[in-house]
Design a protein around this ligand. Structure first.
Ligand SMILES: Cc1cc2nc3c(=O)[nH]c(=O)nc-3n(C[C@H](O)[C@H](O)[C@H](O)COP(=O)(O)OP(=O)(O)OC[C@H]3O[C@@H](n4cnc5c(N)ncnc54)[C@H](O)[C@@H]3O)c2cc1C
Length: 408
């Protein structure tokens, strides 16, 4: 009997899972359902070079391996509900049964819940998650556009830098004390603020947004300290919310993505659900190299790492069913080394590990000069949990092997 794998989400995680299933020898049907109309494409350039230059699917699309040519791509369609017991899905109102399932639904951009014009591109309120978001934002930016970015995380700071290079007037508003405070800490955040300000970005930190001004289209932003900023365009860069509604009512822990074990099987009341895997931004799983707790990591490297792991575990399940051979694959120790990069003006930032796990007083300059090229180390107790480099790629790479818990 032919088997079917359903992959929900046609992003990087969905693509890599399909490729991994083929690489593991699964030859039957794979159906990938994605609610965007586009074949899988690369998101990081949407706030960086593509936003500065040209947002075009043909320049961003991933090259697909020939092994996934026979995959059924159902693009512009949605999986509305999943039944893990019955092994079925509702796809655009139609029932579709499956033998194994990959949940690679990613995250959506969070919106600012304040009064003002409606949260739409037409009203001048933007987010940057999808190609269509970036297309709309690019069309709204021109030299001297007054842009207010709300949120000073990576995406907010990247958009601010790109818009500034396009000649826009840029204000960034955030409740944090320095930009990128949570992932990088105060020392590096303050240095990056200095570099942004040197290029003309204005920061308003330690304040929230009270409301947006404008009737039909945004004209300004009122801050919680009473100050008013004029705006032609607002970008809401407030982080993400996980796309998990389709799994409601299945007994899973969906409090922050899909809680899974280290074989990426969702946990139902603590018990792994075989034949199902969570992949990419939406997956929360333990990574013993860094901690016993489960974390979600929204970095580009994770959909590939988790897609491979999911392909391996699901292919073993489909081939052997519940058996010793399957258990041997699912219980194999598995660890990943998260990595990310960010480009802001001429700053090339790269990181390995989990800097966010450092103690508050565990952040130290390891190499170079903070005002120039440098490597910063993030320690928890005596362990190096993460490194972030501004330039100094060779020196940064040299720290990779020492990252993680020494006692594991
Ligand atoms: C602007 C931007 C810049 C970034 N820059 C960097 C960077 O510099 N470095 C870095 O490391 N990472 C960066 N990232 C993060 C990186 O792009 C993500 O980690 C990666 O794209 C996650 O892939 P994914 O497949 O898990 O999710 P996604 O790429 O979000 O794919 C999930 C897909 O599933 C679809 N979907 C959701 N629900 C359903 C449903 N019910 N039915 C059908 N389809 C559904 C979604 O619409 C989406 O198309 C950036 C992200 C963004 C948005």
């Amino acid at each position: 009997m032919s088997q079917r794998v359903l992959v929900v989400g046609a992003g990087l995680g969905g693509l890599r899972s399909a490729e991994a299933l083929r690489a593991q020898g699964f030859e039957d049907e794979i159906v990938v359902v994605g609610d965007e109309p586009h074949a899988p494409y690369n998101r990081p350039p949407l706030s960086k070079e593509a936003l500065a230059d040209e947002v075009a699917h043909e320049r961003l699309a991933f090259r697909r391996k020939a092994t996934v040519d026979d995959v059924v791509w159902r693009l512009g369609e949605r999986v509305d509900a999943l039944d893990l017991e019955a092994r079925s899905a509702v796809v655009s109102g139609e029932q579709l049964d499956w033998d194994a399932l990959v949940v690679a639904t990613g995250v959506s951009a969070r919106r600012l819940p304040v009064a003002g014009p409606p949260p739409s591109h037409a009203a001048g309120r933007h987010v940057v998650r999808t190609l269509d978001d970036a297309l709309a934002l690019r069309a709204a930016l021109s030299p001297s556009t007054r842009l207010v970015v709300i949120g000073a995380g990576f995406i907010g700071c990247e958009v601010a830098a790109t818009a500034r290079t396009l000649g826009c007037e840029v204000d960034v508003v955030a409740v944090d004390k320095v930009p990128m405070q949570r992932p990088l800490g105060p020392m590096l955040g303050a240095e990056l603020q200095r570099r942004h300000e040197g290029r003309g970005v204005r920061f308003h930190l330690g304040v929230g947004v009270e409301r947006l001004l404008g009737d039909g289209h945004v004209t300004g932003v009122v801050l919680s300290d009473g100050a008013e900023l004029k705006a032609d365009v607002v970008v809401e860069a407030l982080g993400s919310q996980c796309n998990v509604d389709l799994l409601d009512g299945q007994g899973l822990d969906l409090s922050d993505g899909v809680l899974a074990d280290d074989a990426l099987r969702p946990l139902r009341h603590g018990v792994p659900v075989d034949g199902v895997a969570a992949v990419g931004d939406v997956a929360r799983f333990p990574n013993p190299r860094f901690d016993d707790r489960a974390f979600r990591v929204e970095h580009w490297s994770l959909p590939t790492d988790t897609g491979r792991r999911a392909g391996e575990v699901l292919a073993a399940y489909l081939r052997h069913g519940p058996s010793e051979a399957y258990d041997a694959v699912a219980s194999k120790p598995w660890e990943v080394l998260p990595s990310f990069w960010s480009d802001q003006f001429d700053i090339r930032m790269q990181s390995f590990g989990m800097p966010g796990l450092a103690d508050p007083d565990g952040v130290r300059l390891l190499e170079g000069d903070l005002a120039g090229e440098c490597v910063v180390g993030y320690h928890r107790g005596g362990d190096l949990m993460g490194v972030v480099g501004l330039g100094m790629v060779r020196e940064l790479m040299a720290h990779r092997a020492s990252l993680g818990r020494s006692a594991r």
